[in-house]
Ligand binder design. Structure first.
Ligand code: FES
Ligand code: FES
Length: 161
């Protein structure tokens, strides 16, 4: 089937099986390889993207479900040459090591920040909330501390707390 969708603000089309995974449509048909595959079973969050503004695991979303919908991938977080605050903070804080989890973490954390889900929370509460909000994103390298630090730095930068 032919699907038409908006990806990172651009209209895109793809001729795919309705049962193709959104992850494969993004990586193979649309050549947006920033989105990574970890488990392939909806458990690790490496493939996180936004679908109509909500976080989904692209490995368990069928292409046929995406016709007419909006997708944002890690490639869509930056504004031109300027990375999203959380992308800059992940780099600055050392919150990325092997990088497999990083695009999914960046998408989810940007969603948390842009939706102002931590607004007004004291630091200790915000730290706990970040861990909870990113609980679906598994990282085997960093131990999470530097990722949480990065999210809090980004929140601070954009003025949410
Ligand atoms: S690859 Fe999609 S959740 Fe792990
Ligand atoms: S940086 Fe390697 S899995 Fe997170």
């Amino acid at each position: 089937m032919k699907i038409e969708l908006e990806v990172n603000g651009q209209p895109r089309t793809a001729e795919v099986s309705p049962w193709a995974r959104l992850l494969d449509v993004l990586r193979e048909d649309l050549r947006l390889t920033g989105t990574k595959e970890g488990c392939g079973e909806g458990e690790c969050g490496a493939c996180s993207v936004l679908l109509d503004g909500e976080v989904v695991n692209a490995c368990i979303v069928a292409a046929g479900q995406c016709h007419g919908r909006r997708v944002v991938t890690v490639e869509g977080l930056a504004r031109g040459e300027v990375l999203h605050a959380v992308q800059r903070a992940l780099v600055a804080c050392g919150g990325a090591q092997c990088g497999i989890c990083t695009p999914g973490i960046a998408v989810c954390a940007a969603h948390v920040i842009d939706r102002k889900l931590l607004a007004g929370k004291p630091v200790a509460e915000a730290r706990a909330a970040v861990r909870e909000l990113l609980a679906g994103n598994i990282c085997r390298c960093t131990g999470y501390q530097l990722i949480v630090d990065a999210v809090l730095v980004a929140v601070d930068e954009v003025g949410d707390s």
